[in-house]
Design a protein around this ligand. Sequence first.
Ligand SMILES: [Zn+2]
Length: 236
Amino acid sequence: MSERARAVWNLWRIDSEIQQLESRITQLTSQLGDQVKVKAGDIAIRRAKDTVAKALSRQRDQEFELAQLEARIKELDTRLWSGKGTPRDLEMLRVELDRERTRRNGIEEQTLGAMEATERTQRDLARVEAAVAAAIASLQSGNVQRVAERTSATSRRDALAADRTALIQGMPPEDVEAYNRQRSKSSDGVPVAELTGSQCQGCRTDIPSGDAQRARRSEAPFPCPSCGRLLFIPNA
Ligand SMILES: [Zn+2]
């Protein structure tokens, strides 16, 4: 079983779980009562999450800049203390070191500010989530549980979507294309199938033994000659 075929199989595992979660989320949404209110809540939460993500990314940038400057200061300091060079060189080093240290004070301030900003956005998100949950729960009895299940299903779906993006980035584009093509072509929307012996479990067809061997050896995901699903060979 090649890495590429395994990646395709993992992609399907992620996608099938995302599909299940989405249909459960849709089901819960329709049970919650006021759809407009639920959707407005979703939008408010999504916005708050985006704000957190932006604040976090600004914080990371600041932290990176600070780490780079720390390294630069350390390097200048080592050079100055080594005492190598003319007095004029050393004097220039000292001036530069002073300048970089002053700059560091400013960047430290900014980094602290960025951290505080991130915490603020996280508190805002928690507030928005609680307010939305309370508003939706009040629409109908039994909603508290539905809201809780829907919130955890949504988080799980978002986490899987991030895993999916990371997985696809490491896959050859032609494999992703083959997967997507087969996904829209298959009658049941399943783009992969297990090969047991020489039988494709997608279409229950026995494939020629030469193809079964090729499927086992192939680097690229190998399609079933009968149904086109990409074959997965466990323990191989
Ligand atoms: Zn097949």
